[in-house]
Ligand binder design. Structure first.
Ligand SMILES: NC(=O)C1=CN([C@@H]2O[C@H](COP(=O)(O)OP(=O)(O)OC[C@H]3O[C@@H](n4cnc5c(N)ncnc54)[C@H](O)[C@@H]3O)[C@@H](O)[C@H]2O)C=CC1
Ligand SMILES: O=C([O-])CC(=O)C(=O)O
Length: 338
């Protein structure tokens, strides 16, 4: 009986750790009723570090919120639509805002083809964030990430509230895929296969550094794996046959990134995730944002980790990445300036 009580109270203590006053974490999801938004919100509801989950969408978010609110984890869930200052209410007090709002690709489209629709959505949501939760951490999932992150940054700058430590393009899915694909080829458990992926989040701007995995690859394997990691998104778009792009694996990846950031904000040291942030790494070549491994901390970005040793093959990939990435970043910045 005594032992049982001790076990129960230690479980309770763990729960209160995640919900004590010092660790109140309100997370808002914008685009919460969508293909990514729903499973991502489910995973966040299951995360005991989240105390308040605020779901915003232009449609259906009250229903998603009511559904998730019956799950017996400690967090409170609220759903908001555009009416009655819903976006303001969703954002106020948020520590993390995750943004998967916007349209996904159909077969034959590039991520850049989404720019015309998604740029305006992301700009408007950034305006609201600048007004209602300027000190939050912003996790941008909406594509094209290479342009939507610069758009978000420009809007925050216009409002005088931009802090590069708190704006992240979510590129976690690229490392999740890379780990899975390499583990399949090498017959390993993916948990033992870490692949650093740098650059951006579309086609040739996605640069896997397979030489740093400690595995040996034939040239044929290298070509096939690099191509699969760069164009993994297209595989899903093709298989979904016009009904959208990756949603479940993206929700998994987004929830992993949000959890890492929450852990870092709650004081855990040495948490590293790949992410597309304002970065000095290729600034001398005019590249303002670049994804590398980043150590996270209480303020967001703690330290941008260097690219490290790369092979000749990877140097060539990086050159191609930089040419495309530069155009994508410029396109985002000019959209806001115009
Ligand atoms: N960063 C990454 O690795 C990935 C990014 N994506 C991107 O994520 C985005 C969302 O994809 P899905 O969830 O599959 O699309 P979806 O169409 O299923 O859901 C998007 C949701 O956004 C909502 N929305 C539209 N305008 C909005 C606004 N102004 N405010 C709030 N919500 C709004 C829609 O009502 C919808 O519920 C796409 O742009 C897609 O390309 C997708 C997979 C991976
Ligand atoms: O491919 C897409 O359009 C969605 C995406 O970003 C991904 O799956 O990596």
């Amino acid at each position: 009986m005594f032992a049982a009580t001790r076990v129960l109270s230690s479980v309770a203590a763990k729960r209160t750790f995640a919900t004590s006053a010092a660790n109140l974490s309100k997370v808002a999801v914008l685009g919460a009723a969508g293909g990514i938004g729903q499973p991502l919100s489910l995973l966040l509801k299951n995360n005991t570090r989240v105390t308040d989950l605020s779901l915003y969408d232009i449609v259906n978010s009250p229903g998603v919120a009511a559904d998730l609110s019956h799950i017996n984890t400690n967090s409170k869930v609220a759903g908001f639509g555009p009416e009655n200052d819903g976006l303001k209410k969703a954002l106020e007090g948020s520590e993390i805002v995750v943004i998967p709002a916007g349209v996904p690709r159909k077969p034959g489209m590039t991520r850049d083809d989404l720019f015309n629709t998604n740029a305006g959505i992301v700009r408007d949501l950034a305006e609201a964030c600048a007004k209602h939760c300027p000190k939050a951490n912003f996790l941008i999932i909406s594509n094209p990430v290479n342009s939507t992150v610069p758009i978000f940054a420009e809007v925050l700058k216009k409002h005088g509230v931009y802090d590069p430590k708190r704006l992240f393009g979510v590129t976690t899915l690229d490392v999740v895929r890379a780990s899975r694909f390499v583990s399949e080829v090498k017959g390993k458990d993916p948990k033992d296969v870490n692949v650093t992926v740098i650059g951006g989040h579309s086609g040739v701007t996605i640069v896997p550094l397979l030489s740093q995995t400690g595995e040996k690859f034939s040239q044929e394997e290298l070509d096939a794996l690099t191509n699969r990691i760069q164009f993994g998104g297209d595989e899903v778009v093709k298989a979904k046959n016009g009904t959208g792009s990756a949603t479940l694996s993206m929700a998994f990846a987004g929830a992993r990134f949000a959890d890492s950031l929450l852990q870092a904000k709650q004081g855990k040291k040495g948490i590293v995730e790949p992410t597309f942030v304002e970065s000095p790494i290729y600034a001398d070549q005019g590249i303002e944002f670049f994804a590398t491994n980043v150590e996270l901390g209480p303020e967001g970005v703690e330290k941008i980790l260097p690219v490290g040793e790369t092979s000749e093959y990877e140097k060539d990939l990086i050159t191609k990445c930089i040419a495309d990435l530069k155009k994508n970043i410029e396109k985002g910045k000019s959209f806001v300036k115009a």
